[in-house]
Design a protein. Structure first.
Length: 113
C-alpha cells in the first residue's frame, strides 16, 4: 500500500490510541506510551505524529465537552480508522516475516542502553 508506511513511533501512537479506546486524548496517549515503552516523549512530538496520522487518514478526532477543570477547554479524542487498522496489520505482517526469516531470538540478551 503506497503511502501507508508507518514509522516505529507512528505505529506506537496508533497502538496506544487503540489500547485506550474511548479515552485516547493527548495526555493519556503520552502516559500510555511512556508506560509501555519506558521512554518519555514530548508533547510536541506526540502532537506532530497525531497530526500526520490524521492527515494520512489513519486517525479521526473529535472534541469532547468543555470542562471547568480544563478552564473551559475541551479534550481532543482520537480513534483509529479502518485505514489505520489496515496499516497496523500490514506493519505487523512485515515484522512477522522478518522474525520468521531470522528465527528464534531467545538467545539474545536484552539490555536497555
Amino acid at each position: 500500500m503506497k503511502g501507508t508506511y508507518l514509522g516505529e513511533f507512528q505505529e506506537i501512537v496508533l497502538l496506544s490510541v487503540m489500547a485506550l479506546e474511548k479515552e485516547a486524548y493527548g495526555v493519556k496517549i503520552q502516559k500510555e506510551i511512556a508506560e509501555k515503552t519506558e521512554r518519555s516523549i514530548s508533547r510536541g512530538a506526540l502532537h506532530s505524529a497525531l497530526s500526520r496520522l490524521e492527515e494520512k487518514g489513519f486517525l479521526d478526532s473529535k472534541f469532547g465537552e468543555a470542562t471547568k477543570v480544563r478552564g473551559g477547554k475541551s479534550k481532543k479524542y482520537y480513534e483509529v480508522t479502518n485505514l489505520g487498522k489496515s496499516a497496523l496489520k500490514e506493519a505487523e505482517a512485515v515484522r512477522k516475516e522478518f522474525h520468521k526469516s531470522i528465527g528464534d531470538l531467545s538467545w539474545v540478551k536484552y539490555s536497555v542502553a
